[in-house]
Design a protein around this ligand. Structure first.
Ligand SMILES: Cc1cc2nc3c(=O)[nH]c(=O)nc-3n(C[C@H](O)[C@H](O)[C@H](O)COP(=O)(O)O)c2cc1C
Length: 206
C-alpha cells in the first residue's frame, strides 16, 4: 500500500514538473517569436529609412490612427525624426483585395510626401504569379521609389494595362492592381493627416 502511495506521489511530482516545463518553454517560444518579428520589422524599417536620417527609436515612436487601411480599422504608423523634426513616416496598410486575400505592407514616405520605399511584409499570392510583389522574387516593388501624389497625378496611379504608369505581371494583373491602389490610398491618407501623424501625443510602447 505504502509503495503504491509513493509511486503515485512520484508520478504526481513529475506530472507537475513536466507541465510547468511545457508552460515555461511555450512562454519562452512566444517571446522569442515576438523578438524575431520585431527584429525582422526593424531590419525592414531601417532599410527603408537610412539610419543616418533619423535619431529617434522607430519602434516606440508609433501612432495609431483609425483608418480602413489598417488591420481592424487602425493604421499603425512609425515616425522618423531628427533633432525633433519630422523626417519620414512608415505606414503599415493592408491590401484587402489581393488575389488570395490580404497583403500586409510597409510604406515609407518622406515628410514632403515622396515615397522612400514600399515592401510587402506578408501575403498569400500565388508562387510564380502574384508573388512577384515580393522583393525576394522581383524588383517590381522598387518601381514605387520617388513617386508621390504629383508624380504621377491621379489618373496615372494604375497599372499600365488600366492606363496608368505602373507595370503589371504577365498573366497576373490582379495582385499589382490591388497593391498600386493601396499605395495610392496610403499617400492620400498621409497627405490628409500629415500633421496628426507627426503630432507628439499618443506615443505608445510596444
Ligand atoms: C491557380 C491560379 C492562381 C492565380 N494566382 C494569381 C495571383 O496570385 N495574382 C494574380 O494577379 N493573378 C493570379 N491568377 C490569374 C488571375 O486569375 C487573372 O487571370 C489575372 O490576374 C488577370 O491578369 P491578366 O489580365 O494579365 O491575365 C491566378 C490564376 C490561377 C488559375
Amino acid at each position: 500500500m505504502l509503495s503504491v502511495l509513493r509511486t503515485a506521489s512520484i508520478l504526481t511530482i513529475f506530472a507537475v514538473l513536466g507541465g510547468g516545463l511545457v508552460a515555461f518553454s511555450y512562454q519562452a517560444t512566444v517571446q522569442q517569436i515576438k523578438t524575431n518579428e520585431r527584429e525582422a520589422l526593424l531590419r525592414t524599417l531601417t532599410a527603408l529609412v537610412p539610419a543616418d536620417r533619423y535619431d529617434n527609436d522607430l519602434f516606440t515612436d508609433v501612432k495609431k490612427i483609425p483608418s480602413k487601411l489598417g488591420v481592424d480599422n487602425s493604421l499603425t504608423i512609425h515616425r522618423a525624426r531628427k533633432a525633433g523634426q519630422p523626417i519620414a513616416a512608415i505606414l503599415t496598410p493592408t491590401v484587402p483585395d489581393g488575389y488570395n486575400g490580404r497583403i500586409n505592407m510597409l510604406i515609407a514616405v518622406d515628410y514632403a510626401g515622396v515615397l522612400i520605399g514600399v515592401r510587402i511584409v506578408s501575403h498569400q499570392e500565388t508562387p510564380g504569379l502574384g508573388d512577384a510583389v515580393e522583393l525576394r522574387r522581383s524588383k517590381w516593388v522598387l518601381g514605387f521609389n520617388g513617386h508621390s501624389l504629383l508624380n504621377p497625378t491621379e489618373s496615372g496611379w494604375k497599372v499600365k494595362r488600366d492606363g496608368g504608369v505602373f507595370d503589371q505581371f504577365t498573366g497576373a494583373t490582379i495582385t499589382p492592381r490591388a497593391v498600386v491602389k493601396t499605395v495610392h490610398k496610403t499617400l492620400l491618407f498621409y497627405w490628409k493627416y500629415r500633421d496628426e501623424i507627426f503630432a507628439l501625443e499618443d506615443i505608445v510602447g510596444h
